[in-house]
Write a new protein. Structure first.
Length: 55
């Protein structure tokens, strides 16, 4: 029974990973935004950290 559950879990994880393709452009855009001055350093309790959380 454990083998069946383990195999099912592995198959589920791989099927999910195959459907969610992450593109380099998307990652680059996100990183540029998170590193920008617009977020004011993202210090704890700042407006910048709230803006970053919405991303």
């Amino acid at each position: 029974m454990k083998n069946i559950l383990s195999l099912s879990l592995v198959m589920f994880v791989f099927s999910c990973a195959a459907q969610n393709k992450i593109e380099e452009k998307s990652i680059k855009t996100s990183l540029e935004y998170l590193a920008s001055d617009v977020l004011e350093g993202r210090s704890t309790g700042s407006i910048g950290i709230e803006k970053a959380a919405v991303l």
